[in-house]
Design a protein around this ligand. Sequence first.
Ligand SMILES: O=C1C=c2cc(C(=O)O)[nH]c2=CC1=O
Length: 513
Amino acid sequence: QFPRQCATIESLRSGMCCPDYFPVFGPGTDQCGVSMGRGRCVPVTVDSRPHGPQYIHDGQDDREQWPIRFFNQTCRCNGNFSGYNCGSCRPGWSGPTCSQQINIVRRNLLDLSAEERRRFVNALHQAKVTIHPDIVITTRRREEIFGPDGNTPQFENISIYNYFVWSHYYSVRKTFLGAGQQSFGGIDFSHEGPAFVTWHRYHLLHLERDMQNMLQDPTFGLPYWNFATGQNTCDICSDDLMGARSNFDVSLISQNSIFSQWRVLCENIEDYETLGTICNSTEGGPIRRNPAGNVARPMVQRLPEPEDVARCLEVGVFDTPPFYSNSTDSFRNTVEGYSDPSGKYDPAVRSLHNLAHLFLNGTGGQTHLSPNDPIFVLLHTFTDAVFDEWLRRYSADISTYPLENAPIGHNRQYNMVPFWPPVTNNEMFVTAPENLGYSYEVEWPGQALHVTEMITIAIVTALVLVAIIFAAVACIVRVKKNKDELHQPLLTDQYQHYSDDYDGIPRPSQSVV
Ligand SMILES: O=C1C=c2cc(C(=O)O)[nH]c2=CC1=O
């Protein structure tokens, strides 16, 4: 969450986190790359608009008005420069002066060749075991951050992938209210509100960027898992991808997969909640996964259908009051999966993103743990692809993204917790190819038909058919009649009489034809 350079007593005491970019003349001489015009150190801007009624313990949580409890000065970078010291480029830009535009393609995992699959799995594993070069995590709440002796800052190193896991945990952890008191759970900075899509978008961008740097490959793109194919099986759970099922334990991953060796972070949730501690980088047990195996909840033994995605994309309003998990006719609540795919809120329903999580039935289905299962990455890139398609179809209409009164952390201008440098939800509400330098190689299912539409189409088709039959019959009758007329004898009775009488001499009452 914070740059290693800022994890010091001095930095915390001063509230300033503006690391040098290229300090030729000693520490503090090139804060934010100021000497080369990359950026400068400025006060942090925080969202101080009111939040919704769900959170009732103002003043008690370090994540309020993020990141002001830790730092109040940060780098603001110029142009396309970006990052904690303005040493990197904004998404979509690369090169030494960040002037080259780039586009990363995120592809369907199942479309990757055998070699591409192998490289992706290896890259994930490398991220799991490589210490993050820039970021450290806090392992205590702010009031305990100076350590027991008041002089030992409570930060830890963490691997690149484990930082991805930890940042999700930190965004969903409960508010500690004191020893002996129950922690407060009505708080979540990344789910059940409009920031669901923006937060997870940034979360993925961060991992993708970290992996690009680790691999020294600026073209590396995260693939996606289309979890809405109409099949109710985990089609990416094979040993060349996310790992098959173990033959020895239905809820473990096969030993032929490297992911069977992964160990999960943030398991000791009861400890964190009762002791007021924070998950650290210590790993625990293996990933558990039992797709479609939750016999106690048959509703989550299936995956979403392609029509569910098509229908969800027809919900044209981004979010609706109360901007929470009970919002109805809200695209965000529909793709998140608390509403049915047509947008109607129903407390008994789990669809799209939520259904895919619950289908995994194990580590990937528990919010504080879910990113430990690498399927999380692929499930969320697909969810982000749906969000991006929505942004394209509705011209990124932000008018229904609330500026205030959304659940805490979800207002439009709120800095997403726990990222550094500060980045607002607003900044992720843009079409990805044009603004963030990546796009999805994906085909969307056709427009879904509602039952009423299907009935209307059936009735209209039937009426048209009846009309065609009538017209055809009328046509046949008319043709037949015309034919009959043509076959009339050329000399009628009347003509015969006339010709019988005709002697070649015209008379006033007779005429020659
Ligand atoms: O990891 C997650 C697990 C989830 C379970 C639900 C649910 O609807 O019960 N939602 C989830 C979101 C997650 O991110």
